[in-house]
Design a protein around this ligand. Structure first.
Ligand SMILES: NC(=O)c1ccc[n+]([C@@H]2O[C@H](COP(=O)([O-])OP(=O)(O)OC[C@H]3O[C@@H](n4cnc5c(N)ncnc54)[C@H](OP(=O)(O)O)[C@@H]3O)[C@@H](O)[C@H]2O)c1
Length: 279
């Protein structure tokens, strides 16, 4: 489609990935290394960053390919500015920025504290804002690509995810508005909306999931993080705005054109789960 910015090749591109030490972020980092990109990953925990780098090294395509990690908490604006400026000095500005840091603690609305809501917004909405606003002036110089990770919960609010859906809708809104502006500078913007994906983060998510939430996602299948990473690269090659791996693309269209179908399906699953609880 006209006006779309696409990534023709990943070879030799400098890619920054937040949340690159685990799950979808790590699978994306490994795939990009295999494609010949230089990749720097960012996350809080040092041990997982070191282990992730060892995984990335196995995919190395050439000598001189730059693979590295930096410790970063995306919720801390001042830290993001400091660490990203350090990274730009060390590795150069990114051609591609992928914001993948995140987590989910689903629960009934009345069990979600203000502190949890605050942290959820900080990781997803402020996290994306913090890295993009810091790196955007650098990326404007020669163009590039930005991917923010949302979720299917970024276009449909589902039982058990009041804080998470609010933050992931914010990521979609931010990305959509940014896409129009960034195009003028040769920067493409996509939003990755994965469905349930088998990652360490998903295992944690399952610990607090209410039965109604389980009933809704039951039968929806579980993607491998590698499948999400492949869809992500395909989406950047096409310059798509919404990148919906697996069933997410179809869910996006159903929600958009037949929202009542989603409500009907959710209502049924919630009633079934309630019968299970009382029986
Ligand atoms: N898995 C799914 O089913 C699914 C579905 C839809 C969307 N998503 C989204 O996809 C993204 C990746 O999820 P995942 O399942 O791959 O999770 P994961 O396996 O738990 O990986 C999350 C990554 O984010 C990092 N992270 C978390 N909080 C951070 C912070 N404040 N600052 C910097 N890094 C932080 C983690 O490292 P540290 O903890 O060491 O910082 C880790 O590298 C998230 O945005 C998630 O919401 C996942």
């Amino acid at each position: 489609m006209a006006g779309r910015i696409r990534v023709a090749s990943f070879e030799g591109k400098m890619v920054y990935i937040t949340g690159g030490s685990s799950g979808i972020g790590l699978a994306t980092a490994r795939l990009l290394v295999r494609e010949g990109a230089d990749v720097v990953i960012f996350a809080r925990g040092r041990e997982r960053l070191e282990a992730a780098l060892a995984e990335m090294e196995k995919e190395r395509r050439r000598e001189g390919q730059r693979l590295a990690w930096k410790q970063l908490d995306v919720t801390d604006h001042q830290q993001v500015v400091r660490v990203m400026e350090e990274a730009v000095r060390e590795f150069g500005a990114p051609d591609i920025l992928i914001n993948c840091a995140g987590r989910a603690y689903p629960n009934y609305f009345e069990n979600i504290t203000y502190e949890q809501f605050d942290e959820t917004m900080k990781v997803h909405a402020y996290g994306a804002w913090n890295t993009v606003s810091t790196l955007y002036p650098r990326m404007k110089v020669r163009g590039g690509y930005i991917v923010n990770t949302s979720s299917v919960l970024g276009f449909m609010g589902i039982f058990g995810y009041t804080d998470y859906a609010a933050s992931k809708f914010a990521v979609v809104g931010f990305s959509e508005a940014l896409r129009g502006e960034a195009r003028r500078h040769g920067i493409g913007v996509s939003v990755l909306c994965p469905p349930d994906t088998d990652t360490p983060g998903f295992a944690v998510e399952n610990l607090t999931k209410p039965p109604e939430t389980r009933a809704i996602s039951e039968g929806g299948g579980l993607l491998r993080p590698e499948e999400v990473a492949e869809a992500l690269l395909r989406g950047m090659r096409r310059g798509s705005f919404i990148i919906g791996p697996g069933s997410a693309g179809m869910l996006y269209r159903v929600k958009r054109f037949f929202p009542w179908l989603v409500d009907l399906f959710s209502e049924r699953a919630i009633r079934k789960a309630a019968r299970g609880k009382s029986g």
